[in-house]
Design a protein around this ligand. Structure first.
Ligand code: 5GP
Ligand code: MN
Length: 346
């Protein structure tokens, strides 16, 4: 399986670029998840070992359950109190890596600063329909995770021996979450090979799983109970399940942004459900997460109707209408997709 759209020639000039120590900025999408953060920190650890000076800058904060990854303490949050330093690092960067996103509007307020930099840009990503802004593109929409691509990149550069336990933990975290703990269709032989090699490095996989999935607060579990008990709507006539959660409901449970992460998947746990959605009312918009199984493409659905995109079976979107108007719009679309939803192919 060839995961790179870049030719060997391009890989060579990429390698040449890295042959001298460089000041490097690594960034990823807003509200980074384990794949975004794991790939960024894994790459940073690797580049450090190669003698470079990498800094990971995230467009926003990220959930507490990711705050164990190696190098996490050195991350600069662009929305935090070190924005000036972040701007300086971007301006002075000799290379910029863009990981786990390929649409510049996904890096929020960092967009203009990254755009304005003349440093060579390297895109490593697996989202559909990448924008054309990078000088080097390591992209494949069939890759399960950006961490998979980072592993393969390190491998291609002949540096697998540099992968130690802290680095392996970062990459494994991204594999685990983006494959839904090795159960989505994206879970290939290649994913298991890489997971196996990371395990051979000596990581404690159960510990990583627990840090990510079993570190809920009591309030978060109460919130989940509320969401499943009061908010989940099931429409068997469309094979659809969804939830809409207002700002008031989020704050009632002291919910932080990361707390709704993963809840959308429960809709898919109902037998026969093909598409699940969660609508959450944020400060400036309605955030939507879509999940699906088999052939129904939520990335296409979200791209067409909700200014979003992502992967065939996992996509995000947004709406600038009210929560109820957004849900109304969603419901009004379903008849048009009824046939596809009821005859979803494996
Ligand atoms: P989530 O629902 O977890 O926020 O997003 C699901 C997947 O779609 C993730 O891989 C995420 O990175 C991607 N995604 C979320 N929003 C967008 C978007 O607006 N555009 C694109 N291209 N991908 C998105
Ligand atoms: Mn990803």
């Amino acid at each position: 399986q060839e995961f790179f759209t870049e030719s060997n020639q391009k890989l060579k000039s990429f390698n040449d670029l890295l042959s001298q120590p460089k000041k490097i900025v690594i960034t990823t999408h807003q509200n980074p998840d384990a794949d975004a953060l794991g790939s960024s920190l894994g790459l940073a650890a690797y580049l450090k070992k190669k003698g470079h000076f990498p800094t990971v800058i995230t467009p926003t904060d990220y959930p507490d359950f990711l705050k164990w990854m190696a190098g996490e303490k050195e991350i600069i949050n662009f929305e935090g109190d070190k924005q000036d330093l972040a701007k300086k690092l971007i301006a002075e960067a000799e290379m910029i890596f863009c990981l786990d996103f390929s649409a510049l509007n996904r890096i929020k307020h960092m967009e203009e600063f990254i755009k304005n930099s003349s440093a060579p840009k390297v895109l490593v990503d697996h989202h559909q329909q990448p924008e054309n802004f990078a000088d080097f593109v390591f992209w494949n929409e069939k890759a399960a995770a950006t961490c998979e691509l980072i592993y393969e990149l390190i491998e291609k550069l002949g540096d697998k021996n540099l992968i130690d336990i802290p680095l392996a933990e970062c990459l494994y975290a991204g594999l685990v979450t983006d494959t839904g703990s090795f159960r989505f269709d994206s879970t290939t032989k290649e994913i298991h090979r890489i997971a196996g090699e990371l395990i051979a490095v000596g990581i404690h996989t159960n510990g990583i799983h627990r840090k990510i999935f079993d570190s809920n607060s009591f309030e978060r579990m109460k919130f989940l109970g509320f969401a499943l008990g009061e908010k989940l709507t099931y429409l068997p006539e469309y094979n659809v399940a969804y939830m809409a959660i207002s700002r008031e409901e989020l704050s009632r449970f002291g919910s932080k942004n990361g707390d709704t992460e993963g809840i959308v998947n429960y809709g898919l746990a109902i037998k026969g459900v093909v598409m699940a959605a969660i609508f959450t009312e944020r400060d400036d918009m309605i955030r939507i997460s879509f999940r699906s199984v088999d052939s129904f493409s939520v990335s296409e659905f979200s791209r067409t109707h909700f200014n979003g995109g992502g992967h065939k079976n996992a996509a995000g979107g947004r709406s600038h209408e009210t929560l109820s108007k957004t849900v109304e719009k969603f419901l009004a679309l379903l008849p048009k997709y009824q046939n596809e939803l009821l005859n979803n192919l494996p």
